[in-house]
Design a protein around this ligand. Structure first.
Ligand code: NAP
Ligand code: GDD
Length: 320
């Protein structure tokens, strides 16, 4: 009998790649979607026929209980969140409700319906914030710098707490930034690669950005979802940092992305204070040696391969 996996946030970047991975592993895949007035399945339309899509919302515990009761999954991947850091300052309470308390709602729904369900929580390197050590690993203390980061720290610790309190098979993946051609347009990598494509095609003449000196450890989303799945295949639940181990600045991102289209970023990038944050995370770089050792995980795509892939995809999309 095929294993059943339920994914919250299936319409998002990671949800789409994870669904593909689980289908390839022979799973029956159920996706939870919140209701919206328009159809929002662009990222999963190519596999839609192979998925079961159910309605549910992290703000509404009964909807989660009903979904679990109806489909009785073996594994739950909680990817849903208000995931845009910048928006978390304008909507701090909504961010806390979804990104923090939403995790407790799902964990309680699991306890009520079937405590044997294995659970994955999408934790984040944003929890390290003003970093207390370089590189960051599973033992680095958290110092979140945004309402989003604070909410993710709550989600992380409630996952650990339910594991320790109730013996749930609950694991937390502390994933560093991961990107792809399916990344939302407001995140800096996609904003840059889409901007490059628009400038190359004469649709824009400049690209307005915020802090060019922030450093991130950027990997490829399709590589990272393999780690999520691997965590739930272990006998023992645990927490893992998933990262490339390399860090690059937003300025380098611009340099590489514009160069991939034969352009010089200095002629087009305009620094605009509108995109600066009230508090910044200046430097992220992860140490995922524990994941290498215990999960056998490594990434296949590096920063340069990732940026070139994203520029090529955005150029192609505009040509279409
Ligand atoms: P994303 O593209 O923004 O997707 C977020 C998903 O959450 C969407 O499917 C969204 O649905 C759904 N969602 C939001 N609020 C919801 C609610 N109240 N109830 C049910 N679903 C809701 O994010 P992502 O990049 O795939 O990231 C996946 C998860 O990993 C998130 O929890 C994120 O915080 C975390 N994370 C991401 C990264 C990264 O670099 N990508 C790194 C570390 C951790 P709609 O389509 O309806 O908006
Ligand atoms: N979005 C954006 N837009 N960011 C900009 C811009 C801009 O115009 N200009 C500079 N940046 C800088 C931000 O200040 C930040 O330092 C960096 O680019 C990355 O910003 P984002 O791409 O928005 O990602 P993030 O690091 O804040 O958050 C992402 O990664 C987290 C993991 O560390 C999200 O995916 C989170 O959900 C995830 O948890």
């Amino acid at each position: 009998m095929a294993k059943r996996a339920l994914i919250t946030g299936i319409t998002g970047q990671d949800g789409s790649y994870l669904a593909e991975h689980l289908l390839a592993e022979g799973y029956e895949v159920i996706g939870v979607m919140r209701r919206s007035s328009t159809v929002n399945i662009e990222r999963i339309s190519h596999i839609q026929d192979r998925l079961t899509l159910l309605s549910g919302d992290l703000m509404d515990e009964v909807s989660l209980i009903n979904v679990l009761r109806d489909c009785r999954p073996h594994e739950v991947y909680n990817l849903a969140a208000q995931s845009f850091v910048q928006a978390s300052w304008s909507q701090p309470v909504l961010t806390g409700e979804t990104t923090a308390l939403g995790v407790t709602r799902m964990l309680d729904a699991i306890r009520i319906i079937d405590p044997e369900i294995r659970f994955y929580q999408a934790s984040s390197s944003e929890m390290f914030g003003r970093v207390q050590a370089v590189p960051q690993d599973e033992n680095t203390p958290f110092y979140p710098r945004s309402p989003y980061g604070v909410a993710k720290v709550y989600g992380h610790w409630i996952t650990v707490n339910y594991r320790e309190s109730y013996g749930l098979h609950a694991s937390s993946g502390i994933l560093f930034n991961h990107e792809s051609p399916r990344r939302g347009l407001e995140f800096v990598t996609r904003k840059v690669t889409n901007g490059v494509a628009r400038i190359k095609n004469g649709l824009d003449t400049e690209l307005r950005l915020g802090n060019l000196e922030a450093h991130r450890d950027w990997g490829y989303a399709a590589d990272y979802v393999r780690a999520m799945w691997a965590m739930l295949q272990r006998d023992t639940p645990d927490d893992f940092v998933i990262a490339t181990g390399e860090t690059h600045s937003v300025r380098e991102l611009c340099e590489v992305a514009f160069a991939a289209a034969g352009l010089n970023y200095e002629e087009f990038v305009v620094v605009d204070p509108v995109f600066f944050r009230p508090a910044e995370v200046d430097l992220l770089v992860g140490d995922s040696s524990k994941a290498h050792r215990l999960l056998g995980w490594k990434c296949d795509v590096d920063f340069y391969g990732l940026v070139e892939m994203m520029v090529a995809a955005d150029l192609q999309a505009l040509q279409r």
